[in-house]
Design a protein around this ligand. Structure first.
Ligand SMILES: C[S@@+](CC[C@H](N)C(=O)[O-])C[C@H]1O[C@@H](n2cnc3c(N)ncnc32)[C@H](O)[C@@H]1O
Length: 323
């Protein structure tokens, strides 16, 4: 085991036992749902950033794997939509954390009459070597774990997610990213890394790591301020902004001309015809915004037409268009 993982284990063993404010991104879950009560002890141990829970990912999902389950808040939120025995597998490396999650999920069943703890199967295991067979889950999620990993471990963890997903299955991630490269001195500090403060990649590197694992489509769904590594406390020349991002990736083949990365760009045709057809599968109806990946946006831009308007990334891709 590499040294930093010993520190990660120590940090999260402590965080399983007693809530650690410094690890919390927010005490309020990103959204509330009618009829969902999240036990206080779970909220206090919300050690993620952003959210990986989206009903639109779950419409056809039989089995969801959640890696780095922590105290179980997102496993509970996923269960809200799935409501079946064993529909969510909540995996964690630490038995202490699994014990905490188990007891908080039992508390949740007392607070929510629709919920049964059997909806979440808690399983011990490591993200870098998942104890699941290939192509056995429809959705695989993780929140705020992969940023902790050093490059080799991140590569292994993403490749394991790719392996266990069925074809066309979805990987859903939330992690901090950094506006500039994090100085090696901080990246090598195991405690800062474990606290999700110094392992962050820059956004383009993070997206490339997902593509390198074999995902052909990647969507950036949210991008928000997360933390500042401030110059004073960290002996830096200037502050470094960390942002939390939410990303989904689909296990489909990478097209010959490169992956489709959606960052919230749209193309709007404003010409005289009813539509514009680029001959590559994109038909833009007049005046109707269409979400396009960065590759398509740049191909349309290179046509030099003044009747196609291309909007910049919103970093909040959700299918796009006008509704
Ligand atoms: C930052 S916390 C996030 C917890 C949870 N996702 C949340 O949003 O509250 C990271 C979690 O991953 C677990 N973990 C750390 N290393 C792991 C590994 N290699 N494989 C699986 N889980 C791991 C920790 O025990 C901890 O529960």
């Amino acid at each position: 085991m590499s040294d930093y993982m010993e520190t990660v284990d120590a940090v999260y063993s402590e965080a399983a036992d007693a809530p650690q404010m410094a690890l919390c991104c927010t005490l309020v879950p990103p959204w509330k749902l009618p009829g969902l009560s999240v036990p206080k002890g779970m909220l206090e141990r919300n050690y993620g950033c952003g959210s990986t829970v989206n009903p639109r990912d779950l419409a056809d999902a039989e089995r969801v794997l959640y890696v780095g389950v922590g105290a179980g808040m997102e496993a509970l939120q996923l269960s809200y939509f799935l409501r079946r025995q064993g529909a969510v597998i909540g995996l964690d490396r630490l038995q202490d954390m699994l014990d905490t999650a188990g007891s908080l999920l039992r508390e949740a069943s007392a607070e929510n009459d629709w919920f049964d703890p059997s909806f979440v199967e808690l399983r011990r295991g490591d993200a870098r070597e998942l104890p699941l067979s290939s192509e056995s889950v429809d959705v695989a999620a993780q929140n705020c774990l992969f940023n902790i990993f050093e490059r080799g471990d991140l590569r292994d963890a993403l490749s394991e997610m790719h392996r266990v997903l069925r074809p066309a299955g979805k990987l859903v991630l939330s992690d901090p990213v950094s506006s500039v490269p994090i100085p090696q001195r901080l990246a090598d500090d195991p405690r800062l890394r474990a606290q999700c403060l110094s392992g962050a990649l820059q956004l383009d590197e993070y997206l490339q790591a997902i593509v390198d694992a074999g995902f052909g489509t990647v969507e950036v769904r949210a991008r928000r301020p997360y933390r500042v590594l401030d110059a004073r406390r960290h002996d830096l020349r200037q502050d470094i902004l960390l942002e939390s991002i939410e990303v989904a990736a689909i296990k489909d083949p990478i097209p010959d001309d490169g992956p489709c990365i959606f960052t919230g760009r749209s193309a709007i045709y404003i010409g005289d015809d009813e539509c514009f057809d680029d001959g590559k599968g994109h038909v833009l109806m007049r005046d109707m915004p269409m979400g396009v990946c960065d590759k398509t946006a740049s191909a349309l831009g290179s046509l030099g037409r003044d009747d196609i308007v291309l909007t910049p990334p919103t970093w909040h891709y959700s299918g796009d268009g006008c509704c």
